[in-house]
Design a protein around this ligand. Sequence first.
Ligand code: NI
Length: 225
Amino acid sequence: MLLHIPDVLTRAQVVQIRQRLDQADWVDGRATVGAQGAQVKHNRQLPEHSPVSQELGQLILDALAGNALFFAAALPLHTIPPLFNSYTGGEHYGAHIDGAIRSLPGGRRMRTDVSCTLFLSDPEDYEGGELIVTDTYGAHEVKLPAGDLILYPSTSIHHVEQVTSGTRVCSFFWTQSMVRDDWQRSLLLELDQNIQSLRARVGDCPELVGLTGHYHNLLRQWSEL
Ligand code: NI
């Protein structure tokens, strides 16, 4: 599932975050990747444990906590504190796959099931910089308005095209889902969205109670906590 979630952040939140990020000290993005990633990664990142990264990351986690579509799509169990990256002057990130396991604060480990990129630059602020995600249906090009998020399975190979002018600033993070399998998560999201639109159209009825029960019973079968 490749899902665009609009307006995760308000325009005011984007401006607030960008003001802080534009004054921050960035480091080489290769600080957080393994050997394969280090060969193809050319960008800058905010140091993972810096106070500004933690503060802005918390702001994003709070916004996600109130986002019903993110919850329905990701079915999050754990989400790492969001990180921040910046591409300018020809920087890019070649084809790679995100590491399967990451550490949470306090040292606990989590599995990465869902990858997210939250755009903090508008498309007209830079040339290039498209996120290209490859799945069984081919390659998908993603470049979203600031404040919007793309969610995709962490099992996908992806890359970021060269930024040939301007600056592309994003936040990125991973979630361990209560439902490990991408296809099962897609089925649950589709069922949930159909139940909601049916309820808006016809109101509550016994069939909708049954379908809602079906949703929860599938979640009960497939979730791991
Ligand atoms: Ni990646």
